[in-house]
Design a protein around this ligand. Structure first.
Ligand SMILES: [Fe+2]
Length: 496
């Protein structure tokens, strides 16, 4: 059972190694074009304090590192599904951790930022992040998995100053629903009491936590943010993210009289002014004493919009961000921190992990529309099923059929053959979620889509199988080439 004071001291020791980076941008090596972006920013007299780069191939990351040698680079990881009770049993976990450490070392990042979310649970795969079950047991499992990853970084992390990168856990967005038995900020308080990680607070994600819980029916946004920040372990927040919000293309724009828009996290969309107001409220909170960086997340956004929004953000927040970072330094060692909730037992025992695995199995089946909502963690969600219905009837089919590779474009001849035989593509969605599947490689949604589609065709239209395999081979080859030369051949999207 870890001593909460020891955990806090360990965090303080690690936190002191991270210098203030100020305002920066979170990007993808594939998009926007970083060299063009840097030039356009320079023309406006702007220089980001750092760039946070999303996981990519080593070739692509090396190109970026060499092209901007003086820029501080931070790392946004992907694919370590730390919310999952069985992630460490995956045959690919060690390999994924190793790859992540190699990339961290290459970039000389001060941290690994990773969403507290997953794209795979209990044998079911998704294209975009699915939030954790907000329960006490789930928090314990997240903390235990983070501890394992942090230990690997401590052993193998190679920063030239001799320090190890710190694990930063990002609060994920909600996409129409939330499930659990404890409030979201309490969940993160439990995790922070068990493991010396830092946190990333994403302002847009916070807006979705208001919109897709009962809070939006009970109180104003300002009151929600105030209460949330009082409970959230704000003293662990190292980085703040701010990005766009928009209605999803599968849902469409709301009618004016419908109240709050059904926005979800959308990095290509403009940052709504309401998020800047929320950012101001967050920066003003006295518990925010470990802030080191604030990034606009701009992957997939047009360069002109990035420059415009970044210039505006710097004008409005630069001095406030620097004051906030200085506040942490002034508080220093004498800081009195509110005690965290009592520690829970660690490591998590096998039967608890199995229990949570069963819960995630049911979670996957509920959100894919295969099982009715049942169990304590679904009680509140069941009170208003609009969001979960939106998720499995609109959002999820769009994800499987179109997002991260449109099937009709990927397999044009096969899709035509299927149509001629009266097989509707939407049947693929039910096929995808029909049963849990064993993992055959590290998570890659594009490759997974090809693999599952070939299985679907083999079952539903065996005579089109050869055609599908040929189209699949072409796609795999193009994808491998695209990953090596940085420029993607196929239209790929990412969301965080
Ligand atoms: Fe984020």
């Amino acid at each position: 059972m870890p001593d909460p004071d020891f955990v806090q001291q360990d965090f303080q020791r690690r936190f002191r190694n991270i210098p203030p980076l100020g305002m920066g941008l979170s990007v993808d090596v594939y998009s926007p074009n970083l060299f063009e972006l840097e030039n356009k920013l320079r023309e406006q007299g702007l220089q980001p304090g750092y760039l946070e780069v999303f996981k990519a191939t080593m070739t692509a990351l090396s190109t970026v590192r060499q092209a901007i040698p003086d820029m501080s680079l931070a790392y946004h990881g992907e694919g370590l599904w730390i919310t999952q009770p069985d992630v460490q049993d995956s045959p690919f976990f060690q390999q994924d951790v190793q790859e992540m450490v190699t990339q961290l070392n290459h970039l000389q990042s001060f941290w690994l930022n990773h969403e507290c979310a997953t794209k795979q649970m209990a044998g079911y795969s998704f294209g975009t992040y699915v939030p954790p079950l907000y329960t006490r047991l789930s928090a314990e499992v997240v903390a235990a998995n983070i501890a394992t990853v942090q230990q690997a970084m401590d052993r193998q992390g190679r920063r030239t100053d001799g320090t190890a990168p710190l694990f930063l856990l990002e609060m994920p967005p909600l996409t129409y629903f939330s499930a659990g038995t404890i409030p979201i900020p309490h969940f993160f308080r439990l995790v922070a009491g068990l493991v010396p990680c830092g946190l990333v607070l994403d302002i847009g994600h916070l807006w979705t936590a208001y919109r897709y819980t009962t809070a939006c029916r009970r109180m104003s946004l300002e009151q929600f943010v105030g209460e949330f920040l009082d409970e959230f372990p704000l003293d662990r927040v190292i980085e703040i993210h701010i990005a766009g919000l928009a209605c999803h293309e599968s849902v469409g724009e709301p009618k004016r009289e419908e109240g709050f828009p059904e926005w979800i996290d959308a990095h290509a969309a403009p940052i709504p002014s309401i998020l800047f107001d929320m950012l101001e409220q967050v920066l003003a909170h006295s518990n925010l004493v470990s802030l080191r960086a604030v990034a606009l997340e701009v992957d997939t956004k047009p360069i002109e919009m990035i420059v415009e929004e970044y210039a505006e953000a710097v004008r409005r927040f630069s001095s406030l961000v620097h004051q906030t970072m200085a506040r942490g330094a002034a508080v220093g060692q004498s800081m009195e921190l509110a005690p965290y909730p009592a520690s829970v037992q660690a490591p998590v025992c096998q039967s608890d992990r199995q229990q949570l695995r069963d819960n995630y199995m049911r979670y996957a089946q509920i959100i894919s529309g295969q099982a009715p909502m049942a169990g304590l963690e679904w009680q509140e969600t069941a009170g208003d099923a609009t969001g979960i219905t939106r998720y499995h009837t609109c959002y999820l089919p769009y994800e499987i059929l179109h997002w991260g590779g449109d099937l009709a474009e990927m397999f044009p001849q096969t899709c035509q053959a299927l149509a001629e035989r009266g097989v509707c593509l939407t049947e693929f969605v039910a096929f995808w979620f029909r049963s849990p599947q064993p993992l055959t490689h590290s998570y890659d949604f594009f490759l997974l889509k090809i693999e599952r589609f070939l299985e679907f065709v083999a079952e539903r239209a065996p005579e089109a199988r050869v055609c599908a395999e040929q189209e699949g081979d072409i796609l795999r080859q193009a994808y491998a080439r695209a990953n090596e030369v940085v420029e993607p051949v196929v239209e790929m999207e990412r969301t965080r």
